[in-house]
Design a protein around this ligand. Sequence first.
Ligand code: SF4
Length: 405
Amino acid sequence: MTTDAKLEILADAAKYDVSCASSGATTRDSRDGKGLGSTNGRGICHSYTPDGRCVSLLKILLTNFCQYDCAYCINRRTSNVRRARFTVDEVVKLTIGFYRRNYIEGLFLSSGIIRSADHTMEQLVEVARRLRQEHGFRGYIHLKTIPEASPELLAAAGRYADRLSINIELPTEDGLTRLAPEKRSRTIRGAMGRLRLGIDEAEAEPKAPRFSPAGQSTQLIVGADGADDGAILGTVAGLYAGYRLKRVYYSAFSPIPEASQALPAKAPPLQREHRLYQADWLMRFYGFAAEEILAGAPDGMLDLAVDPKLAWALRHRDRFPVDVNRAERGLLLRVPGLGARTVDRIVEARRLHALRLADLARLTGGLKRALPFIVTADHCPTRLLDRADLRARLTPPPKQLSLFA
Ligand code: SF4
């Protein structure tokens, strides 16, 4: 099989891992000799660094052969897909070649499990080692880590990679036992704990060897088992607290060909994935506890029609209105329409004078949404908050805008 054919298979197989998001574009290429360039999937995707930079990564699997049989995975042992396997040498050459031509700024490498967890992990580590030590590669490396691999291999992975990730896969132990029979929650969490230890030690000691300086992350599949959003957010809160994860990525389960009977026939709405990202944001940057976000929600699910912060505020109207000139930062962060940066600007600006609506309009684009929930020097909305149609007023139905209005 040619390297190009392998690349086609192993880049496509890697797209289900959402730890970095690919840009979506229609298929177009210039292989017929006409034109220039291509939007064809050849494994290059875009990811965002913590400081907001967009980086291009070569995102591939080392192999999509796998001895495990996770029901939700297209690459599982019993799946009828085309298989391929790169050698370590091929991945190193591709990465260096693409890097030199300025196609990519880094590598995202994952793999199905072949022979054993240790054997596979050795190969992943060897790619990263050769890139760093033999080619002096200074680009970004994200390695998917196999939880069953030995602690020595995890330690070696941390020395060469910028980021490591271990997929938690499913939010509950029961879901994992049913759908990924070879995986154990204890093993996954044990490996995450080891990574956390390595990251903490490296951060605490400036002269310590590098260890995954961009931290660790994980991916969780949404909608493959029966876990509701409350269970998902509870698991995620535990992961952030216990393992200091940089990010949890949510991937809405998508039905795969010849899927197991244990899986739902339909994918969950993509909006559910979006709402989970918003709820995750509330936990990380807005001071919400996981159980608070869904407190009072009837079915343990996030409201698909409104964002979780607005949904929470509508269920807790007794906590509002909040006086923007006096309230603590934590309370201001709970006001729909006010983002963390806006809240910081408000706290700064109100030192100088009492804020009025016109001042807020200069500080935020979300004023209309915030109006029922805030008091300013010239605005007090008690009657707005009591309105039965407040939710409808804040969530007008979407409408197609005209290009020629
Ligand atoms: S171990 Fe990974 S690649 Fe293999 S079947 Fe499970 S999810 Fe898929």
